[in-house]
Write a protein that binds this ligand. Structure first.
Ligand SMILES: Cc1cc2nc3c(=O)[nH]c(=O)nc-3n(C[C@H](O)[C@H](O)[C@H](O)COP(=O)(O)OP(=O)(O)OC[C@H]3O[C@@H](n4cnc5c(N)ncnc54)[C@H](O)[C@@H]3O)c2cc1C
Ligand code: SF4
Length: 496
């Protein structure tokens, strides 16, 4: 009789369609799922984030058991004690797991004697990426995306991009200065008895609103979310991708990052569905291309960049040391754009890309917030958070702390941009057009102050030369500096 194995399943590997679970032999193999007390107590997790992970683990345990698979589902002090328990239960079975998505996680499990199989949750192997693109100092996302599209054949016709263009982003930059809704309401998944039990087990003092069924926790819910994303959201995706509205928090974004990052969906499934929907007609090419670019382009590029550059945690190219502003934990601020973004995080453990980059990220960039302080906060508050995706996005894209390896220029934003792209400024006590004085928009003041403070750091970036010159020539630079000092002090005190 064949010797069995015990398959350790981590909370971001919950799909049975990939990895060791997809090859399980129920007659000899067993599964262990561990809820680590240490990890749960480690940080002030958003209620919906912790709920989604624990509920996902418990639903999977129940599904496997119902299919006659031997399952050990544990609440242990930590991962090590859980693994010891599994070894005691099945001493003859080696423990295998799909490799964790961080290098620290891989080292930890290897030290505990776990055999690591390759991570099958992505389209691209970071080693292949390094071999193909590693020699170049900076491989642009665009180069990578074209290679990815060509090899997968998505939105391709006779070896050429459908419609003759690789990039239709120019059609996807419409603002929403008057607010309003775009696209359908998000899908809600029914909460069941397992969800109720998870909620009863959560510490009572966690931040964040209770779950409303927004986040899929099983494979079948994830597939329903994918159907909804393709059939209902995709036709609207794109034109207002970069906009923000007080009336509509999701604004035709797919909400697929959480199920993708929990391992409940594979990016190939998403890409295949986008391609098929476009070929069937009814979905504009710009929408299909816009979403495909996010999934097979940005997501995979970021995954490979995480592994290509091991120094993310130490990167701090602009010398940013400010602690995270208190508003991020209290939610209290008069800045209407920040208040709306933080409210979305509080209510849904999520905001879309632009509030992350242009409201939360740009404020921290311009104020000089310590990169890992922002990463830590996002890790606890966002349902789709994962170290591999946050380090490049927060440290590189939002905070330009990697010296410009990921983003070609810092995403600093003044009130004028936020005002063009959203309806937030209409209800704000600050004025996006003012740079100085008590009602000046903090983003506008900090935008000019940031350019002034970092003239030397950014001097070599030709994409910034126009803005840097404009800052140098500002006649009111002295007043801007003065107002910026007041703004930063108020930000630190939580009175902005
Ligand atoms: C400061 C900052 C922090 C971020 N933190 C995270 C994070 O912790 N987890 C996370 O998954 N994404 C993160 N992102 C990327 C992006 O904002 C989210 O993936 C997206 O907002 C999730 O919403 P959605 O699923 O509706 O995505 P959609 O807008 O519908 O996009 C579709 C999919 O594309 C992928 N995607 C799009 N852009 C990116 C990107 N830049 N990096 C990686 N994947 C991308 C996601 O998987 C997403 O589900 C971050 C971006 C920024 C600027
Ligand atoms: S005025 Fe400034 S602070 Fe207020 S919403 Fe607009 S950009 Fe945000």
């Amino acid at each position: 009789m064949a010797t069995g194995r015990t398959i350790l399943v981590l909370a971001d590997q919950l799909g049975r369609h990939v990895g060791p679970l997809s090859r399980i032999d129920p007659s000899v193999d067993s599964v262990v799922l561990i809820e680590s007390e240490r990890l749960i107590a480690q940080r002030p997790w958003h209620r919906q984030r912790l709920h989604a992970l624990l509920s996902g683990v418990r639903h999977l345990a129940a599904e496997l058991e119902a299919d006659g698979i031997e399952v050990l589902h544990l609440r242990s002090v930590d991962m090590a004690s859980g693994i010891t328990e599994a070894t005691t239960r099945w001493p003859d079975r080696p423990i295998v797991a799909m490799a964790p998505s961080t290098s620290a996680g891989r080292r930890h499990l290897a030290k505990l004697g776990v055999i690591l199989d390759p991570d099958e949750r992505f389209l691209t192997d970071p080693d292949d990426f390094a071999q193909r693109f590693g020699g170049e100092r900076r491989t642009t996302m665009e180069t990578f995306y074209r290679w990815q599209r060509t090899r997968g054949g998505w939105l391709m016709e006779s070896g050429q991009p459908a419609g003759g263009q690789w990039n239709l982003d120019a059609e996807n930059r419409k603002g929403l200065a008057r607010g309003g809704s775009v696209g359908p309401d998000p899908l809600r998944h029914e909460l069941d008895a397992i969800d109720a039990a998870v909620l009863a087990d959560l510490p009572t003092d966690l931040p964040g609103a209770p779950p409303t069924g927004l986040w899929p926790v099983t494979r079948s819910q994830a597939l329903a979310q994918l159907d909804h994303a393709i059939d209902k959201v995709l036709p609207h995706f794109g034109p207002h991708e970069d906009a923000m509205s007080s009336d509509d928090f999701s604004l035709a974004h797919t909400l697929l990052a959480a199920p993708l990052n929990m391992g409940l969906l594979h990016p190939r499934e998403v890409a295949d569905r986008i391609d098929a929907a476009w070929r069937a007609g009814g979905v504009p090419l710009s929408s299909a291309e816009g979403l495909l670019r996010q999934v097979i382009g940005w997501r995979e590029f970021v995954w490979c960049q995480y592994w290509a550059r091991p120094g993310w945690r130490d990167a701090n190219g602009l010398g940013a040391t400010r602690p995270l502003p208190p508003a991020f934990t209290t939610g209290q601020t008069d800045m209407a754009c920040l208040s709306a973004s933080l409210r979305s995080v509080e209510e849904h453990a999520w905001t879309h890309h632009i509030p992350r980059l242009i409201v939360i990220g740009a404020l921290c960039l311009m104020a000089g917030v310590d990169p890992q302080g922002l990463v830590d906060w996002m890790r606890t508050r966002f349902v789709d958070a994962a170290d591999w995706v946050m380090q490049p996005n927060v440290v590189g894209m939002a905070l330009y702390a990697d010296g410009g390896l990921l983003a070609t220029k810092p995403y600093a934003a003044g009130g004028a941009y936020i005002s063009k792209m959203s309806d937030h400024c209409r209800g704000c006590r600050y004025d996006p057009k003012q740079r100085t004085g008590p009602t000046a928009c903090p983003y506008t003041t900090l935008y000019w102050d940031f350019l002034d403070r970092h003239q030397d750091d950014l001097a070599g970036n030709h994409r910034m030369s126009r803005q840097l010159a404009a800052a140098r020539q500002r006649p009111d630079l002295a007043e801007i500096r003065l107002r910026a000092t007041e703004v930063l002090a108020a930000l630190d005190e939580g009175t902005l």
